[in-house]
Structure formats: structure tokens, C-alpha cells
Design a protein around this ligand. Structure first.
Ligand SMILES: N[C@@H](CCC(=O)N[C@@H](CS)C(=O)NCC(=O)O)C(=O)O
Length: 267
């Protein structure tokens, strides 16, 4: 008789299924105790959230998740997992990174686990109040939400040709036509947000918010690949770059020792 699936046995059933399917041994032998999981700390009993991110130099989605956590104003512990390191395949298949199937960022909040940068931002906005992340004005908010969604789902050429590499500067980078279209589209969105809704400060919708969280890695890419931009965009990029959270992230990126060759040789 088929065993009914429950939250407790689901993993074991899937592991069993996979090991039969691929004829490979599952790396998840048993459910780990909380204090055995990645970065686990048996001393920690408080409600502090835990954010699991990748290398600060390379992981653009992690930067978004981390900025969202900062923007929430809540205290959180951060755990950096070196992407594509020696034991990456094993790391992906165990511990607290498992729910996202090995993608970062992931946020643990007690028993709640949320992955995917946009879901993390929205989860935190639900927790601390929408206004910390999104413009109050409905028209501005509609645009900010659209820009964030578009960033989350689009600009594949830019992402593929210009992987984030915070500490690196590439000379002579030549963007493809599709990548140029992505860049133009982004500059157009920035221009519209700044001109229509940006009067309250130097960020896309005036004060720092969700849209800046999502476009911060683009700012880093434009700087790394030395993409020529008009003055209004340079001013916006400078404001983002000089933001104290970005400065902290940049410094940490520079101090990281991990190098991912494939991201250091493009351009
Ligand atoms: N749509 C996801 C993307 C997450 C993602 O692809 N993260 C990359 C790092 S930037 C990752 O975890 N890569 C590891 C892998 O795919 O093995 C999000 O918004 O968080």
C-alpha cells in the first residue's frame, strides 16, 4: 500500500524515489536536528531571524535578500555559504538551504522558511508594514511593484553577460544588442521613477525602498562593466553605492577570499 505523504515523511519519500530513479545514494540520510543544520547554534533560542546568502562578491539575489532584511529593520543573523565551492553539491542537499533546493537567499524565521528574494521582501513587508518597502502613493506603488517584478523576471541578457562581481572592473566590455536593450529599458525605468516620484530623496521613489533593493545589483553591474550612463543615472547610482548598507556589503565582498573563475574572466 502506498504510504500517505505527510510533512514528516515527505523528504524520506522523495529521497527514496530519487535514489531509485537516479540509482544514486541520497545525501540526506535522516532529518537533521536543528542544532546540526548549517550554521546551527544550539545556544540560540531567541526569535532572531536567520538569512542564508551566497558570496557577497557574486550573489546578486543574496544582495537583494540581505538589503530587504536590512530595510525591515529587524535583527537577523547572516550565514554566508560559498557558492559553487568544493562541497557545493552536498551543501545544497542538506541543512537549512534544502527548502530552496540549494538556491540563496533563504530566510528562516522560527519555523517559517522563505526563499526567493522577492518572497523574502514581501514576507518582511507583511511583518513590519508595507510602507517601509513600498511608496505610500498608489500610482508610485504600482510603478515600484512593476519595476521590482520586471527586475525579478527579466533582463536575462544583462544578467548573463554581466554577472555581478562587486570588487571587479572590466575594461572594454562590449554589450550585445539584447544586452543594450536591457540597459536602455532599465535606464528608462529609472528616469521615469526619478522624474515622476523621486522628489523626496536621491532614490528611485525618493526614499530607499524595494525598487532600490532590487536594482542595487544592477548599479554594481553598471559600475563593474563601466556602462556609460546619463547624469541622472550616475547620480542615482552614486546614492545607492554610497548607502551605508551597500558600503558594508562592498567591504565584505572585498574581504572575501573565494574566487569563482567563470565570473572573473568575462568582459
Ligand atoms: N529567483 C531567485 C534566484 C536565486 C538564485 O538563483 N540564486 C543563486 C545565487 S545568486 C544561487 O543560489 N545559485 C546556486 C545554484 O543555482 O546552485 C531569487 O530571487 O532569490
Amino acid at each position: 500500500m502506498t504510504e500517505p505523504v505527510t510533512p514528516e515523511n515527505a523528504r524520506a519519500i522523495l529521497d527514496n524515489y530519487l535514489s531509485g530513479l537516479c540509482n544514486r545514494r541520497s545525501t540526506v540520510q535522516r532529518r537533521q536536528r536543528r542544532d546540526e543544520r548549517l550554521g546551527g547554534d544550539s545556544q540560540q533560542s531567541g526569535p532572531r531571524m536567520k538569512l542564508i546568502i551566497g558570496n557577497k562578491n557574486y550573489s546578486s539575489w543574496s544582495l537583494r535578500g540581505w538589503l530587504a532584511a536590512k530595510q525591515s529593520g529587524m535583527s537577523f543573523e547572516e550565514i554566508v555559504v560559498p557558492l559553487y565551492g568544493e562541497n557545493w553539491e552536498a551543501t545544497k542537499q542538506g541543512g537549512e538551504i534544502l527548502p530552496s533546493s540549494g538556491k540563496v537567499p533563504l530566510l528562516w524565521d522560527g519555523d517559517a522558511v522563505v526563499w526567493d528574494s522577492l518572497a523574502i521582501l514581501e514576507y518582511l513587508a507583511d511583518k513590519v508594514g508595507r510602507d517601509r518597502f513600498w511608496p505610500k502613493d498608489e500610482v508610485a506603488r504600482g510603478m515600484a511593484r512593476s519595476m521590482v517584478a520586471e527586475m525579478h523576471s527579466s533582463f536575462q541578457a544583462l544578467r548573463a553577460e554581466c554577472p555581478m562581481n562587486v570588487r571587479k572592473r572590466f575594461d572594454g566590455f562590449e554589450a550585445s544588442e539584447t544586452c543594450k536593450e536591457d540597459i536602455l529599458r532599465i535606464l528608462g525605468l529609472w528616469a521615469e521613477a526619478r522624474s515622476r516620484f523621486g522628489s523626496g530623496g536621491p532614490y528611485l521613489f525618493g526614499t530607499f525602498g524595494a525598487a532600490d533593493v532590487f536594482f542595487a545589483p544592477v548599479v554594481s553591474r553598471f559600475i563593474s562593466y563601466q556602462i556609460p550612463v546619463p547624469g541622472f543615472a550616475a547620480a542615482y547610482m552614486q546614492a545607492v553605492w554610497e548607502h551605508e548598507w551597500l558600503q558594508g556589503w562592498i567591504e565584505a565582498s572585498e574581504n572575501e577570499e573565494w574566487v569563482i573563475e567563470q565570473y572573473d574572466t568575462v568582459g
